[in-house]
Ligand binder design. Structure first.
Ligand code: FRU
Length: 475
């Protein structure tokens, strides 16, 4: 019952099983591909595979099964995260070739006699390549890099290849933990995408977490941004509140010339509760699109209440642009507007109720303080004049979430996309973003806004995932 009740209408999620990081995002021969970290037998702990969804419009997705599973010695404990690099004209038919790079995870069996700590001993991280000429059939696996190939400063924690083409060469970023327990990134270069040479090691000026996972590169209008997920930052009142963080460093020059980043410039992508390990890709129209994991590994709150048999989802595709302050803005891909029904005006302090918990709320030209309440304050998004705060007034709905806030000296606009059990909040043109799960108990979806504004509406949204799982018998 709750499996179906909380099933999402426009977010990618597995029908059953566990989802974490998005992987292999790309547009290939016209079709959008999103893979993700998938454990089919969750809540049993098992290994990780790549589940695969495709779409032609970024709105309607189709579940295409689990093409990458653990079937060689070098990935026997997990087909871990990685990326796609579409190589133009490299396929045997002269068309594009999808190159998927991922980390094969190997963890040795615990043996108390051997005293393994699984950081310096007892594990392997292998970088592996799989190709596809049609996006449906996948090649044999080729192991490209092993621990013995990484610089001596690294522990055995090296993973999550991000591969892209630039200046006629192929580049790979890897996240790593060094021997002093400092997070860092390795940059490799290659002529053919198979033979790799180390180019540089990128550190922060001062230590910034003990491991950087899931590195990524954003390149817009000649500006480079290095994205990483640092583990081990202390949490503070209005930042770094998740267990691990996800954000980026705006770079002064090209990533290819960077060896040091300034950790004081680190910007978090999203204030949570549920966000980690995002990945970006450039689509055929040249847009840089980000999709994140709408979840975390934290166990003090739930994403699967009432015995739900699936855990977590991905965010909607977000188009990245550079704002006036030089930082990145995130906004839902405009394709998502096609799901909208007729606009319902939101009048100050008069509630609107619709049948399904799926709505796109747009409030523009906001004057002063105010709040948006979902389901009678089950969730409240409030602007106090000094901060924007997302708080839960109903513990059952919250599943362990309480409140999150960010200092904000003005609020001009808000866009809130509610999809059954997921909420994405975009403030000030996508400068500030919160993504959180919730588990509404009310049957009707009730919205009430108290903001004075120029324009305030809610659009009911289509269930765009209704046919996503027709092929879900595919394993
Ligand atoms: C990040 C991460 C990656 C790893 C994957 C395993 O969430 O820990 O570093 O490749 O998840 O599922």
């Amino acid at each position: 019952m709750s499996n179906e009740r909380y099933r999402l209408g426009f977010h990618i999620a597995p029908k059953t099983g566990w989802l974490n990081d998005p992987n292999g995002l790309c547009q290939f021969r016209g079709v959008y591909h999103a893979f993700f970290q998938f454990n089919p037998v969750w809540p049993k702990i098992d290994t990780k595979y790549w589940r695969h969804f495709t779409s032609t419009d970024l709105v309607h997705w189709k579940d295409c099964g689990t093409p990458l599973v653990t079937d060689i010695a070098e990935d026997r404990n997990g087909v871990y995260s990685g990326s796609a690099c579409v190589r133009r004209g490299m396929a045997s038919d002269g068309g594009d070739l999808m190159c998927l790079y991922y980390t094969g995870n190997v963890v040795y069996k615990d043996d108390p006699e051997a005293g393994m700590d699984f950081v310096h001993t007892g594990r392997e991280a292998n970088e592996i390549l799989v190709t596809s000429e049609d996006g449906e059939h996948f090649s044999e696996k080729s192991v490209l890099l092993r621990n013995s190939d990484y610089p001596d400063v690294c522990t055995l924690h090296v993973r999550d290849p991000k591969v892209w083409e630039q200046d006629g060469r192929v580049w790979m970023l890897l996240g790593a933990r060094d021997l002093d327990d400092e997070g860092m990134v390795l940059l490799y270069g290659s002529d053919d995408g198979r033979e790799w040479r180390i180019k540089s090691q990128v550190y922060s000026k001062n230590p910034f977490g003990y491991m950087w996972e899931c590195p990524n590169i954003v390149q817009i209008d000649g500006h480079d941004f290095l994205a990483v997920c640092p583990q081990g930052l202390p949490d503070e009142v209005d930042r770094w509140q998740n267990l691990w963080q996800a954000g980026y460093f705006p770079l002064e020059g090209s990533i290819l010339d960077t060896v040091l980043v300034d950790e004081t410039t680190f910007v978090e992508w999203d204030l949570g509760y549920d966000f980690y390990a995002p990945q970006v890709f450039v689509d055929d129209s040249g847009r840089t699109i980000l999709i994140g994991w709408m979840g975390t590994f934290e166990d003090n709150r739930t994403s699967s209440p009432n015995g739900m048999m699936w855990a977590h989802c991905l965010t909607v595709p977000r188009v990245l642009t550079i704002g006036e302050n030089g930082l990145l803005r995130q906004n839902p891909a405009p394709e998502l507007d096609a799901m909208r029904g007729e606009a319902i005006p939101l009048k100050v302090s008069r509630h609107v109720a619709i049948d399904e918990h799926r709505g796109d709320i747009v409030i523009e030209g906001i004057q002063g303080v105010g709040a948006l309440a979902l389901d009678d304050n089950a969730v409240e998004i409030a602007y106090t004049g000094e901060k924007l705060e997302v708080s839960f007034g109903n513990a059952e709905v919250a599943g362990g979430r309480i409140d999150r806030q960010v200092p904000l000296d003005h609020l001009d606009d808000l866009r809130v996309m509610v999809d059954t059990s997921a909420i994405e909040i975009y403030a000030n043109g996508g400068e500030t973003v919160f993504s959180t799960r919730w588990f509404p108990t009310a049957d009707m979806f009730k919205v009430e806004a108290s903001f004075k504004s120029d324009h305030a509406v809610m659009y009911p949204l289509e269930d765009a995932m209704a046919d996503a799982y027709v092929d879900s018998h595919v394993m």
